[in-house]
Ligand binder design. Structure first.
Ligand SMILES: Cc1cc2nc3c(=O)[nH]c(=O)nc-3n(C[C@H](O)[C@H](O)[C@H](O)COP(=O)(O)OP(=O)(O)OC[C@H]3O[C@@H](n4cnc5c(N)ncnc54)[C@H](O)[C@@H]3O)c2cc1C
Length: 318
């Protein structure tokens, strides 16, 4: 019996090594440009699975990494254990306390879908395909950050498996130093299995992207920088210069082009929002292509982010 067979006997989810059926699917994240080849991949199905996996890794002296969606992958993982949290996907919203209980593998989409019927929202990032826990552990600076701050400010509690395999709670009252570190510290602080996140009442926002062709890039960028100096403190805005691929999911006028995407969000009245937007430099007024008021859960429809796994790396953020 190999040591991995012993691990298999202790874990309900799959324990896979290179060559096993399902290994490639288990380790592949959203960025297909990065291929992971850990020594072992563990598809955890419960907090008990996570604790067993971490205890095994500690006893064997092998490093542990965590993957939910793979959106945060920067380099290939070539050794040790990869814990895949994608099966831990449940989300529960309590409209009375305005708390969402979010398992480690859930993306923002089910969180928003569960919160919206109650007129509530999390303070998520720009893409609903990103993992809610991974995002929050990095602090989280998204489309509502000027009006609402960092997402990690809304975290109320984490359930964490520590490096020794203990299951602990981190909150303002239990393990407060770990709680402090988890709200932005991200890596090396244990495996978070669940988070309690405060939601805010916000039924609609005025938000979207305006796309400009490459020839206007310099003028728009200068105009945007000037505009941001006086933009209302509830307005959140950013720009990205993107080489959009020539594929069907990209709208025809943008396909295969280098564009500047100006992102804008305002959590209030649409007329007020438009007036703040139109105070932009004249160069911005001339060629708007996309902006609309939207119910929060539908915001994914107006994204240029791939909705499934794809090679990444062509986008340059400013
Ligand atoms: C399309 C896109 C849009 C984005 N938009 C924004 C944005 O608006 N604002 C912003 O601030 N960031 C944004 N990001 C960055 C994003 O927040 C990070 O890449 C984040 O780490 C992704 O988390 P994930 O769980 O989806 O990714 P994963 O690659 O699965 O995880 C990334 C890392 O998070 C840690 N991690 C994940 N889960 C756990 C866990 N359960 N326990 C412990 N550690 C864990 C691990 O270190 C892991 O390597 C964006 C990224 C993409 C690709």
């Amino acid at each position: 019996m190999t040591s991995y067979d012993q691990l298999r006997a202790r874990i309900a989810g799959p324990v896979l090594t290179s060559g096993d059926p399902g290994f490639a699917e288990e380790v592949t994240g959203s960025n297909l440009a990065i291929s992971h080849t850990p020594d072992v991949a563990v598809g955890v199905t419960s907090v008990a699975d996570v604790a067993e996996a971490v205890r095994f890794a500690a006893a064997e002296g092998i490093p542990v990494r965590v993957q939910a969606t793979g959106h945060g992958a920067h380099e290939p993982i070539t050794d040790g254990m990869l814990i895949s949290t994608r099966r831990l996907s449940d989300v529960m919203v309590d409209p009375e306390t305005r708390i969402a209980s979010i398992a480690a593998g859930a993306s923002w989409r089910p969180v928003q879908q569960a919160a919206a019927p109650h007129g509530l929202t999390a303070i998520p990032g720009s893409s609903v395909t990103v993992g809610a826990v991974g995002y929050t552990l990095g602090g989280g600076l998204g489309p509502l950050s000027r009006s609402h701050g960092f997402t990690s400010d809304y975290a109320r509690e984490f359930e964490v498996v520590t490096a020794s395999g203990d299951i602990v709670t981190a909150s303002n009252t239990e393990n407060p130093e770990l709680f402090w570190a988890l709200r932005g510290g991200k890596v090396g602080l244990g495996v978070v299995t669940r988070m309690q996140l405060e939601l805010v009442p916000l039924p609609t926002i005025y938000a979207g992207s305006i796309f400009f062709p490459e020839e206007h890039l310099s003028a728009v960028l200068r105009g945007w920088i000037d505009w941001t100096r006086s933009a209302h403190d509830q307005v959140t805005t950013s720009v990205a210069i993107m080489n959009l691929p020539d594929v069907e999911m990209v709208p025809p006028p943008l396909r295969g082009r280098r564009v500047l995407s100006l992102r804008f969000a305002y959590p209030g009245d649409a007329r007020e929002a438009r007036s703040w937007l139109l105070r932009c430099a004249p160069s911005l007024r001339r060629s708007s292509t996309r902006s609309r008021r939207c119910r929060l859960p539908t915001s994914a429809r107006s994204t240029t982010t791939p909705t499934g796994p794809a090679p990444a790396g062509a986008e340059a953020c400013c």
